[in-house]
Design a protein around this ligand. Structure first.
Ligand code: FAD
Length: 540
């Protein structure tokens, strides 16, 4: 069945929450927040939005790649954060792109960049459009004649597989499912599964340094890339395929996380792995959250490298897993393509027991052909379903959003307390009732990546302002307590005030210098990550 991408919310129109699933969701929200007004606010008709006319027209040679269709422009106006979805529902599309441009080759990208530099048009690279930090939003200051959204999904496909070195050359516009489908006949996988997997692209992952859902080991896109090809306004740049190299600073590291400000990633050689066959998983309950954190740290520092090591605090366990456990629940999983993992799982469970953990059910072990086991499959589909549930609640005046960070273990307790205090105070200021939940998305030997969720009853028409106030407060708390403004969601436009304070000044100057060399006209994603250096008067 063909599916229609939603212009305003997550995923496809056909997959929106409805029927029994919707009734159950509303019942759960009412139980969590009694008295909340959960009246539905459906999306407006795009034709009624009255988008301003496009300010620019492409030259005839590029016109076939360009669309000024209102539906296209509306769908490329925002990313897919909570605040994006709500603004779409409210019909608040202040900064639509003038044109959506769809190249399908590097030559076309070069031609588009040439035209935009000449005509002073800003270019916003757009992969799947799943940014949650305003990274694809044409909110652009400066003297630009207009803005184009450069939709890169035409650069798609697995183009070449090297089974000997276990790597593949893949087009940057390839969406997650097509990428894995292209690799499947080889028995290999990229094994990179961000929650946005279905509607985000390889180029977007590289440009934002995305994090997959595995908790340790190879889960960041950074570790999976062998070489990258980038088209910059100053010319193409391609790194050599190498398993490792000590030849100076890494060129790939300059472009990883550059968020479309230095060039367009067109393709990359990515490291592959065989599909896992052996699995073991366990859920450990705790009576005390401090003990649960200590157990998680012990597992993270044990060298066992669990695929999943997701500590849910009691609120998160209740809201998202329907489990009541006063100290939270640690979800553990191990997997391997090569050997049974029971011994690793048993050792991790022993470590948890040493910290007071108990297992209501014995650990599960399985082996198979590399497709999901029932439990893993169920977990993955509920994980992929969450953004649809968020949209249904956002349309019913709820504030449902996440933010994430990473910190060293020694400051985690202080950071968590500071975030809770800041969020609760902001909720109080907003007159909203709600809860703050925390889970670890990733763990490292030296610290966790805490991922917070806010679930609150808001006021329709005010939920964006209410969320922005909460977000500013918790961002201050994160930075002050020693965390990072983001662990894997990137900087975009929304995290700039905190990122500018977090990064060392000399590094900011180097980034600015790189920007002036690679994008001398400053047309690429203005406002994201770094501003062009102020122009200096020419010496006489
Ligand atoms: C529901 C939901 C769940 C999410 N889960 C995760 C998660 O688990 N892990 C995670 O890391 N992130 C997650 N995200 C954030 C987002 O999906 C990631 O940042 C993702 O990597 C963006 O990919 P994209 O293709 O959608 O890129 P876009 O959103 O289209 O773009 C993101 C940024 O990259 C730039 N860009 C895109 N393509 C290119 C290119 N080819 N060359 C140069 N620049 C480019 C854009 O200009 C923009 O600045 C989630 C978002 C949502 C809405």
């Amino acid at each position: 069945m063909t599916r229609t991408r939603s212009w305003w919310g997550w995923g496809t129109v056909e997959d929106a929450v409805r029927g029994a699933e919707l009734r159950e969701l509303i019942a759960r929200a009412s139980a969590l927040l009694p008295g909340a007004d959960l009246t539905d606010h459906p999306p407006p008709d795009v034709r009624s939005l009255g988008l301003p006319p496009a300010r620019i027209a492409a030259p005839d040679s590029l016109a076939p790649l360009c669309s000024s269709d209102p539906m296209d422009r509306a769908a490329h106006t925002h990313g897919r954060a909570f605040r994006d979805v709500v603004r779409n529902l409210l019909g608040d599309l202040r900064h639509p792109p003038d044109l959506v441009v769809r190249p399908s080759s590097e030559t076309e990208i070069v031609d588009v960049l040439d035209w935009c530099a000449r005509a002073r048009v800003a270019v916003i690279p757009f992969g799947g459009g799943s940014s949650v930090v305003g990274g694809v939003e044409p909110r652009v200051d400066g003297d630009f004649a207009g803005v184009v959204s450069l939709d890169l999904t035409g650069l798609e496909g697995v183009r070449e597989i090297d089974p000997t070195s276990r790597a593949a050359r893949i087009g940057a516009g390839t969406l997650g499912p097509a990428l894995e489908d292209g690799l499947r006949p080889s028995g290999l996988t990229l094994r990179h599964f961000p929650q946005s997997f279905e509607f985000s692209t390889l180029g977007g992952w590289l440009a934002t340094r995305s994090g997959g859902h595995f908790a340790t080991g190879y889960t960041h896109i950074d570790d999976l890339v062998e070489s990258m090809r980038i088209v910059t306004p100053a010319g193409p740049c391609e790194s050599r395929r190498l398993p490792g190299s000590g030849a100076g600073p890494s060129p790939d590291r300059l472009f990883l996380g550059s968020e479309g400000t230095l060039g367009i990633v067109t393709e990359a050689w990515m490291r592959l792995q065989p599909r896992p066959r052996w699995r073991a998983d366990a859920s450990v309950h705790f009576a005390d959250y401090g003990a649960a954190v200590a157990a998680t740290r012990a597992v993270a520092q044990s060298g066992l490298q669990p695929a999943n090591c997701r500590l849910l605090d009691p609120v998160e366990a209740f809201v998202n897993a329907g489990t009541a456990s006063p100290g939270g629940v640690l979800l553990l999983a191990f997997e391997s393509a090569d050997h049974p993992v029971d011994a690793w799982s048993d050792r991790a469970v022993d470590l948890c027991r040493e910290h007071g953990g108990t297992l209501p059910e014995p650990p599960r072990h399985s082996s198979g052909d590399g497709t999901d086991t029932d439990a893993a499959g169920r977990w993955r589909s509920s994980f992929l379903r969450m953004p649809y549930l968020r949209d249904a609640l956002a349309a019913r005046s709820m504030i449902v959003e996440t933010f994430e960070t990473a910190c060293t273990w020694d400051v985690f307790d202080t950071l968590r307390e500071a975030v809770h205090d800041a969020a609760n105070e902001a909720l109080r200021r907003a007159g909203a009732t709600g809860v703050v939940a925390c889970r670890f998305s990733h763990v490292y030997p030296d610290g966790p990546a805490p991922y917070f969720g806010i679930y609150a009853a808001g006021r329709w028409g005010s939920t964006v302002a209410q969320w922005d106030d909460i977000k500013a407060a918790v961002s201050e708390a994160l930075l002050t307590a020693g965390g990072t403004i983001t662990h894997h969601h990137a900087i975009g436009r929304d995290h700039r005030p905190w990122y500018d304070r977090q990064r060392p000044d000399p590094f900011a100057a180097v980034l600015q210098a790189a920007k002036s060399v690679l994008d001398p006209a400053g047309i690429l994603n203005p406002g994201v990550l770094v501003d062009p250096a102020p122009s200096r008067p020419t010496p006489r």
